[in-house]
Design a protein around this ligand. Sequence first.
Ligand code: UDP
Ligand code: MG
Length: 323
Amino acid sequence: MDLISVAVPCYNEQESLPIFLSALANVARTMQSDHDVRIEAVLVDDGSRDGTLALMKSISVPQIAEAYAPLTIRWISFSRNFGKEAGILAGLEHARGDYVAVMDSDMQDPPSLLLQMYSILLTEDYDSVAARRVNRDGEPPIRSFFARMFYKLISHISKADIADGARDFRLMKRPMVDAVLSMRECNRFSKGIFGWIGFKTKWLPYVNVERVAGETKWSFFSLMLYSIDGIVDFSTVPLSIASVVGILLCFAALVGVIVIVVKTLAFGDPVDGWPSLACLITLLGGIQLLCLGIMGQYLAKTYLETKRRPLYIVRESSDDVGN
Ligand code: UDP
Ligand code: MG
């Protein structure tokens, strides 16, 4: 009998989690009757400040657990908020299944798609099936615009194949999960990791769904930082751009010097115009700082990698209480 583990990072999801678990339990019932497959949810409480952890604990009560049967539920709780990427990693590390899915708990990743994903993996020659939104309804237009730009950019400058609208929601076979776990980097960008390791992925388009309850944890600013992380983690092109800009500027400066020397010698022109000089100095200073900033990003990442800190710390888990 196959086991499918579903890794679910949860941060302040007390309202949406029960709805999600009920939906997943329905899928588990269908899976069991149609395919003789079991589903376990691996819930990761990412240092929530609301009743998420209490809710997870309450599921261990036999009467409540029965309501979700045949879905089995395990949980892990972090010592603080480590971020969604750490949640995904913990979920994958604790998953025991032959197949493992990564899903959000806000119903934006429809649990019913799991049935379709599993059937595809059974019948077709793929290692994973991933969901891809075909629209971004319900999202602020400016956010959609920048998201599209980001996907266009990263697909050009990185080897990781990341599709526009790609979500973290996917079902993978065990070898692919092991490959994801073999990537031990601290700066984790799952969409890039899934793309970088290769394997055969089928993209399943679906219409965007808005979250069922609660609020998104991402502000425009945090998404921007996340996309910069994604670029720095999977491409060194910005460094090359910095070098090329440096070379071009040196060349331009050389031409400028020759022009001024020739003008002075031939026509005896005095060099005038301090405003243009001031502008040039500011421009060059700006470009230098920008390039320094780009280098700094890579240096900071290297610094964090060399520390080899754990990516998350578990405070308690259902394994402690014998589930
Ligand atoms: N999440 C998390 N830790 C965080 C932020 C988010 O585990 O620090 C979880 C959250 O509970 C949800 C998933 O990541 O299950 C996606 O978050 P959200 O719905 O806020 O993001 P969006 O769907 O808007 O991209
Ligand atoms: Mg969401």
